[in-house]
Design a protein around this ligand. Structure first.
Ligand SMILES: [Zn+2]
Length: 55
């Protein structure tokens, strides 16, 4: 039996940041390498540019 997990099926707005270069939301969040807890690294799948978002 498989129970629906609400933590898997939810798509939060902050999960996909908007690319500042092309405006696409087809982005992936990457894990930060440093102790930068106030920022998050993202990678745009459309234009291939990495970018940071704050907050
Ligand atoms: Zn982009």
């Amino acid at each position: 039996m498989r129970r629906p997990d609400p933590s898997v099926d939810t798509h939060e707005d902050d999960a996909q940041a908007e690319c500042p270069y092309c405006g696409s939301t087809h982005t992936e969040q990457e894990h930060p390498k440093g102790p930068s807890l106030c920022r998050s690294m993202h990678f745009c799948n459309d234009c291939g540019e990495p970018f940071e978002t704050f907050g």
